[in-house]
Design a protein around this ligand. Structure first.
Ligand SMILES: [Zn+2]
Length: 327
């Protein structure tokens, strides 16, 4: 796909993707047809390629694989706004809205309630989710070396900006540190996700989590866009200057703390708080203000996720706490 620029004389070859050729030093927007809506209207996957003038890695960015997770769409927009194909090396393939159906209806899932991020690597003879997964794999992911998949919390839960990745893989762990989120969480899953399928075909993959569904969270968007640009800078694809970062906290396990009673929830903790064992993180009241219960932590850790729902049933997940490894 790539060829040497030949000491600035011969131009780099165009980038071929889904039957489209993108000349070196240009950006090109195009669409890959998915399927028709029931009304007959065609639905397609919007893609933007930035093919740098100089050779370098090929990096994909995806968002809204869960159709209601919008922060990543804005993160990708900001990254693409900062990078010029005339001055960059390598190639960026951006798919800001993978789940087009869910994006248009404000849904996490596809119309048949399937989770696209559990449908990889997919099959062209499978469900709609399975076919979209397969299309993304063959037309985009398999052409690339590195990828970042952007997510947010779901079900009224907000996430602290964080990277989830296989931190036992040295290349992945190095990129997670370059991204410089407040915390990187080790996770290695066999779950039919894009991250798993892309790793299986040789991509080095970071999964970013930050913000909440159906909202723009400025702090998460800023962390995601800056982190992605740091990765591009580290890979030699883009030249940027960044303020120094504090060391990335590393977590190898996390757990949700659940409501001890049903009622009205008052949170006593914020995203990013460091909590100690026994700290009160929430109180639950009845409608007249009588305190029904106090929710406390069992272990120390970092608050990486939190519900925004003021109403809880006993057993509902309230606060997500990561154990911080001391390394
Ligand atoms: Zn998601």
């Amino acid at each position: 796909v790539t060829s040497s620029a030949g000491a600035g004389s011969a131009r780099r070859d165009p980038f071929s993707i889904a039957g489209t050729a993108v000349p070196a030093g240009t950006r090109k927007k195009f669409e890959i047809p998915i399927a028709n809506l029931m009304s007959g209207t065609p639905v397609s996957l919007p893609i933007l390629v930035l093919h740098g003038r100089e050779p370098g890695p090929t990096l994909w960015m995806t968002a809204a694989i869960h159709g209601d997770e919008l922060c990543g769409v804005e993160i990708i927009r900001r990254v693409l706004d900062a990078v010029r194909p005339e001055t960059m090396s390598g190639t960026i393939v951006a798919v800001p809205i993978v789940n087009v159906h869910g994006f248009n209806t404000g849904s996490r899932y596809l119309p048949d309630r399937r989770d696209l991020n559990r449908s990889f690597p997919g099959s062209l003879r499978g469900s709609l989710a399975s076919r979209i997964a397969k299309l993304l794999m063959t037309e985009v992911i398999e052409l690339c070396d590195v990828g970042i998949d952007f997510h947010t919390g779901s079900d009224q839960r907000e996430n602290l900006p964080q990277i989830r990745a296989d931190l036992d893989d040295p290349k992945t762990a190095a990129l997670a540190r370059v991204f410089a989120p407040p915390v990187a969480i080790h996770s290695r899953v066999r779950d039919g996700s894009l991250r798993q399928a892309a790793t299986d075909v040789g991509s080095t993959v970071l999964l970013f989590e930050g913000g909440e569904a159906l909202r723009f969270s400025e702090s998460a968007i800023r962390a995601g866009a800056t982190g992605a640009l740091r990765v591009l800078n580290h890979l030699g694809m883009f030249k940027g200057t960044f303020p120094p970062t504090s060391p990335v906290l590393i977590s190898r396990s996390s757990s949700w703390i659940r409501a001890t009673r049903s009622g009205i929830l008052h949170l006593d903790s914020d995203l990013g708080d460091h909590v100690a064992a026994g700290d009160t993180i929430a109180t639950i009241h009845d409608p007249f203000g009588q305190r029904l219960g106090v929710v406390t932590t069992r272990r120390p850790g970092l608050v990486i996720g939190s519900t925004h729902s003021p109403l809880v049933n006993r057993g509902d997940a309230i606060v997500h706490i990561a154990d911080i490894a001391s390394d």
